[in-house]
Ligand binder design. Sequence first.
Ligand SMILES: Nc1ncnc2c1ncn2[C@@H]1O[C@H](COP(=O)(O)OP(=O)(O)OP(=O)(O)O)[C@@H](O)[C@H]1O
Ligand SMILES: [Mg+2]
Length: 538
Amino acid sequence: MSYLLENLKLKEIFKKKETKEVKKEEYHFSISQAASQETVNFPETEDKTKIDFRYPLIVPYAYAHIAWDEVQNELVYKLEEPAIDPRELDILKKLEQGVKEFINMSFISVKEKETLIEFLEKNVRILLTEMNIRLEKNSYLKIMYYIYRDFIGLNKMEPLMNDYFIEDIECNGKNSPLYIVHRKYGNLKTSIIFKDMEELTNFVEKLAQKCGRYISYSTPIVDGVLPDGSRINATFTEDVSSKGPTFTIRKFTKDPWSPTKLMDVGTASPELLSYIWLLVENGSNVLVVGGTGSGKTSLINSIAFFIPPQSRIVSIEDSRELRLEHENWLPSVARAGVGADKDKVGEVTMFDLLKESFRQRPDYIIVGEVRGTEASVLFQGMAAGHASMATMHADDVRTVIRRLQTPPINLSPSLVETLDAICLMTHAKIKNVDTRKVSAIQEILSVKDSGEVEVNVPFKWDPKTNNFLFKKQSNVFDKIILKKGMDRQKLDYEFTVRAKLLLELYKKKIFEFVKVQKIVHSYYKTPEKVLREFGIIK
Ligand SMILES: Nc1ncnc2c1ncn2[C@@H]1O[C@H](COP(=O)(O)OP(=O)(O)OP(=O)(O)O)[C@@H](O)[C@H]1O
Ligand SMILES: [Mg+2]
């Protein structure tokens, strides 16, 4: 039967669907997200060739299977989904066609998955009855899984979006296996390949649409955020990338990294965080620097916990990533314009937002990532006394300083000197496990015209012993003492008790960001009460 005929038949069916009675089935499609995945017990072995491990993603349908692949000689992430036979596939295709034509899923504003599933299932049952198709329970449930995955979920990516251990998903085009960044195993090749150009194109369009953006041959690059907060970057045309559309998904972590959580994963020590806390409280300017995916944004988000509760924060980002539990917070996000380069309309850049932000009387400005001309506005703001924190993509301090002093940023050495401290983030392998480290904190002492920079390093991570080393001498502390007329002893005392407090919270496994934020805020209001509560003072 031709497609057209089938469609006509379906249309007929739907005209009468109200009148015909649909048989009630006793079983229903339902899924549960893999519960408490965080506690999955990965095999302890250090020998990767011995790894052969499965864990659930969408119960009971989709599983991750990580195993050594003898042919490819590497560890591969295989996605396991229910196998369907040719008859089932044929029915699935017909049903998908029916759902596409007659049910407007995008119309539905309901967010709860259960309600959407119920709605979808009701309609699929109508379609099945009208098409006179009888299905075994098992076949029905498998088919429903695929319909759910493709219409409510993100198609093939849906199970991966449910994998707590996946940080990034990368697709480099047609016929090229997708790669993931796995929390436990780092970069892994997957068994997923888009072999069909149309499928890949449709998927990238769907991604853009879910972000409320539009991708096409004339606007072939999209940066956006999915409703769940995951970040998307996608390209469309074959001349931008010869293998066709590409996409990267930076998955959203449900809970932002709290300072104590960072201690738990070995990223920072209590003393290092106590030092940053004092800098932040006293309005110092901090830059977080590191490579791609090194945890810069997560660190900035975490140290923003230390901003005093009543302060006004204005944040400026390209896409919304920061999450703060702060009442007086004005988040703003840059917006791409529509049209060709010169005639762009509606564009709001980071530069515009930053200029605007000074009128909003912020106590703190947080800039997601500085790249270009906005840096000069940021540094002028710092020089005018607006405490700021930002991230910047670079591997070391020298590169940062050079970049700040050369086009397009072009800052004078005295403006660069308004920066108080730089936190360096790096990836490090500890006992074969991928971790992130604040590898050093460097205080800027002076910057010369030549770009030469003099620094003091109060904190340093030692790769040999995996310890954070610190020395008491801090030039930024000296600055704070001068600027605030603060007593040195008092500052040292604060440094010590806050480090102890953070250590105690860590020992008590208080990682949840709302809880940690509450304690930090209470510390600002009644420090002694908090210290007493956690047994730091009597
Ligand atoms: N300290 C950490 N330990 C383990 N994982 C982390 C840590 N910090 C961040 N991550 C994870 O690493 C990924 C990248 O983090 P993040 O976005 O903060 O990095 P980034 O340096 O800002 O990246 P980009 O260069 O893309 O801006 C996220 O999935 C995040 O959850
Ligand atoms: Mg970032």
